[in-house]
Design a protein around this ligand. Structure first.
Ligand SMILES: Nc1ncnc2c1ncn2[C@@H]1O[C@H](COP(=O)(O)OP(=O)(O)OP(=O)(O)O)[C@@H](O)[C@H]1O
Length: 820
């Protein structure tokens, strides 16, 4: 009976689909949507549809494919959630029907947010819904996924289930939604998405939404869209960003950016701010040092190297906070709807105008106001501003008052001096930032070779700039007129570039990632997720093992380590010039490694190893020595040049010798210099040891002197009753307690220090301790003893009175009082 009533209702609604009049639709109830959906909307305080909702809901209800574009914060989420609910409602979808609707998001946070909105507006329906994102319990998902009607997911995790979960299939899918469609369809997700689409039925409805919608015919063909409706709500708008958003930019030297950020934070203490950085390692380092700088408002960090639990915690924390600063990478750039964000500050120039639009869109959402500040380097200004103008972004240039800038460099230097880990983080930050600039495609905006490296390093608190190998390569390439990696053409190089970018941003693209579809396609950036980028190395941000999701995550932790290692490897290579006092070293870019600023391990590289590397590099460069061969009358081949004369070298060093030259002056000098260095080192360490020995002897003499003095003082002293402590002699008659039997604590001190002295002097003196068993047996034999005996024979033992120390003390004092 109920079923037939419901069918009647559905029929009535469907009949009205063809009569939908967008112009007259002022309230949600003007659309033919189910009572359950309307109720959910009302309960969530959604009454009137926004423009994108108004324009798309009708087409979507009619079952058409839709490409929807509207400014950030304009309500695109409901524009696809309402049709999703109605689509399944129309068909009276049940748990047994399995997957009916699929919503794909580029990031876990966005998927989670959409899931929460769905839970609110769909709560009166009976469908099951699931959030399938990396970093969650795979087993749990595996058990439920085949009975889930609406899945909100990130691409990688979905594909993993498609590949590995035998009970899961998508053959009944009715409706597919790509949120942030341009991002999901871009190179980074290309392989994953192609593999997912292969698993989907062709007879589905598809909805694509974004503030910067794809117009690529190729993209649409990949999704087999059927005659889609293009809905560009703000196509004719003067600007592509919200009208309530005020946008400015400043031009700032790279080395001033940290000061600028600190000064900005100091002057916006009551605000909610998101600061966007180019890469994870920058966020990690800046987060650490800014926490220590204490600008006066809470700081949070969100990036793809955090474990999922941490990411969620930060996300929810920032939602709750009234005033706070969130340091983030581009994982927070799209879709996130943090309430009441006042400012978006782009510390690093965005990759392109689309990224800019999404980043600034985290403020000024749904009729609210907001401000955005873009920090540009002088070299980035022209190219970036031209792009923004072309994309109808109204942005004004403003100046920073240099007098208002607070310099923090010295403080950073001090932090780095205190903590080696911090210094390594700064070095990673330095390298990662440069790499992110190096890999940017638009060379009109990003030119890594123009960056003032020494000053930049100094601004991070580093005494010397690590030398970066890829910069040397870039320089060489530029001089040779070759294209950089980001300029290369063709799909393969693009793919490679994306993979590099993934690493820079925090995702991984390990060789293993190309093994299978499931494993491979992911990690377009730190955003997403088939392989969870877990394992943040930062202690403060680290989750305990108990928080780790099962399965995949451990393998990926290793990836993370690899990533870290890679940076360290970079640091090993790079690094700074050593002062070459004798001017013996050749000018070899790759070779004069030696980072005086790096840790000792790096510095103390065995000579052999570096020579080996040297040789390897020489081989790589295909250096060839010209040889001259002659033949004897007997036809025997003899090499004339280089001469085969060998130098007399000590045995064991022969293999190090090049074997082709005569006396190599350079080599000899180098060896001499190394020996000198070795000698200096030994001499220095000998002196340090000597100094320590002298100090120890002096201290010992002082201690002896002090103990002598004390003994003399004690001699003249009578038994001191006040110095009772909780060590009771085990007298037979406890009633007749004689305080004189109490050990003299001073004697313990003396005897202990004497023992220490004896031990120190290595004479193997018997070590006394209160738990010494011989002492115990002495005490156990009972009887009153004189203090002299105690002092000379053995240290007294505490008796176990069965009371606490405080009670023991009280007891002693009580006995003493009675005695007196
Ligand atoms: N009809 C509505 N009435 C009132 N508020 C709405 C309505 N639709 C959406 N909102 C609110 O507007 C805000 C932005 O919505 P939403 O996140 O869907 O924007 P968006 O267009 O998807 O943004 P982005 O492009 O950044 O992803 C949310 O806080 C949401 O609750």
């Amino acid at each position: 009976m109920l079923v037939s009533i419901e069918r009647e209702n559905i029929k009535r609604l469907v009949d009205k689909y063809s009569e939908i009049n967008v112009k007259d639709a002022v309230k949600f109830s003007d659309f033919p949507v189910s009572k359950k959906t309307l109720k959910g909307l009302m309960e969530a305080q959604y009454r009137q549809p926004t423009e994108i909702q108004r324009q798309t809901i009708g087409f979507a209800l009619q079952g058409k494919d839709v490409l929807g574009a509207a400014k950030t914060g304009s309500g695109k989420t409901l524009a696809f959630l309402i049709p999703v609910l109605e689509c399944l409602y129309r068909q009276q979808w049940m748990a047994e029907d399995g997957l009916g609707a699929l919503i794909i998001s580029p990031t876990r946070e966005l998927a989670y947010q959409t899931f929460e909105v769905l839970r609110k507006v769909g709560k009166n329906h009976e469908f099951s819904a699931g959030l399938i994102i990396g970093g969650k319990d795979l087993q749990n998902e595996l058990e439920r996924i085949h009975r889930t009607n609406i899945i909100i997911c990130t691409p990688g995790r979905l594909l993993q289930h498609m590949d590995e979960t035998s009970t899961f299939h998508a053959s009944n899918l009715q409706i597919l939604v790509l949120d942030e469609a341009d991002r999901i369809l871009d190179m980074g997700f290309a392989d994953t998405m192609n593999a997912i689409v292969e698993n989907l039925p062709k007879t589905r409805q598809t909805l694509l939404f974004s503030a910067t919608q794809t117009k690529s015919v190729k993209d649409l063909a990949r999704l087999s869209l059927k005659d889609p409706e293009y809905i560009w709500v703000h196509e004719k708008a003067k600007f592509s960003t919200p009208a309530t958003l005020e946008q400015n930019y400043v031009v700032c030297e790279l080395q001033q950016k940290v000061n600028m950020l600190f000064s900005f934070m100091k002057s916006h203490l009551q605000k909610k701010v998101i600061v966007f950085f180019a890469c994870c390692k920058e966020v990690q380092y800046m987060f650490r040092v800014f926490c220590r700088l204490r600008p006066g408002l809470p700081i949070l960090a969100l990036h793809g190297k955090q474990q999922q639990m941490k990411r969620m915690e930060v996300y929810n924390d920032f939602i709750r906070k009234k005033a706070a600063v969130l340091f983030a990478t581009d994982i927070a750039a799209r879709g996130l709807d943090f309430p009441a964000v006042n400012w978006v500050l782009q510390f690093d120039c965005p990759e392109d105008a689309s990224t800019y639009i999404h980043r600034v869109g985290r403020t000024a959402r749904y009729k609210e106001g907001g401000e955005a500040l873009l920090v540009l380097l002088p070299s980035e200004e022209k190219g970036m501003i031209a792009q923004l103008q072309e994309r109808k972004v109204p942005i004004n240039k403003i100046q920073v008052n240099p007098e208002k800038l607070t310099a923090v460099q010295q403080k950073l230097e001090a932090f780095l001096a205190q903590e080696k880990e911090q210094k390594e983080r700064a070095q990673r930050c330095f390298v990662s930032y440069l790499r992110s600039v190096y890999l940017m495609k638009n060379k009109d905006v990003f030119d890594v070779l123009q960056l003032p490296l020494e000053q930049y390093a100094a601004s991070l608190g580093l005494a010397v700039a690590p030398r970066v190998r890829f910069l040397s390569n870039a320089r060489k390439r530029k001089e040779g007129g070759e294209a950089g990696p980001a300029d290369e053409q063709g799909d393969d190089s693009d793919r490679e570039l994306q993979s590099f970018r993934a690493q820079v941003r925090g995702g991984k693209n390990t060789p293993a990632a190309t093994k299978s579809a499931t494993e491979s396609q992911e990690e377009p950036s730190e955003e997403e997720d088939a392989k969870e980028e877990s394992g943040d190395s930062d202690e403060e941000e680290e989750e305990g093992p108990a928080d780790r999701p099962a399965g995949l995550s451990f393998a990926l932790d290793e990836d993370d380590d690899e990533d870290q290692d890679e940076d360290l490897r970079d640091l090993d290579l790079l690094t700074v010039k050593r002062r070459d006092i004798f001017r013996l070293e050749e000018e070899d870019d790759d070779e004069d490694v030696k980072d005086s600023d790096l840790d000792d391990k790096a510095k103390k590289k065995p000579d052999k190893e570096s020579r080996f590397k040297e040789a390897k590099k020489a081989m790589k460069r295909n250096f060839k020595v010209n040889t001259k061969m002659t033949f004897t009358d007997d036809g025997e081949m003899v090499q004339q040049w280089p001469p085969l004369q060998r130098t007399a070298v000590p045995a064991g060093q022969e293999e190090e010798d090049d074997g082709v030259s005569g006396i190599n002056m350079e080599e000899a000098r180098e060896r001499l210099r190394r020996e000198d260095q070795e000698f200096d080192k030994q001499e220095y360490s000998r002196k340090v040891k000597q100094k320590h020995r002298e100090k120890r002897l002096k201290e010992k003499a002082e201690r002896r002197e002090a103990s002598k003095r004390q003994k003399e003082e004690q001699k003249g002293e009578s038994d001191s009753e006040e110095e009772a402590v909780a060590y009771l002699d085990h007298g037979d008659d406890e009633e007749e307690f004689d305080p004189s039997s109490l050990p003299d604590p001073d004697k313990h001190v003396v005897s202990e220090s004497e023992d220490r002295d004896r031990d120190d002097s290595g004479k193997g003196a018997r070590k006394r301790s209160y738990s010494d068993s011989s002492s115990e047996s002495d005490l156990a034999s009972g009887g009153k003893r004189t203090r002299k005996e105690d002092a000379t024979e053995t240290a007294p033992q505490p008796l176990d009175t069965g009371l606490s120390l405080a009670e023991d003390e009280e007891l002693v004092l009580h006995l003493l009082r009675n005695k007196s």
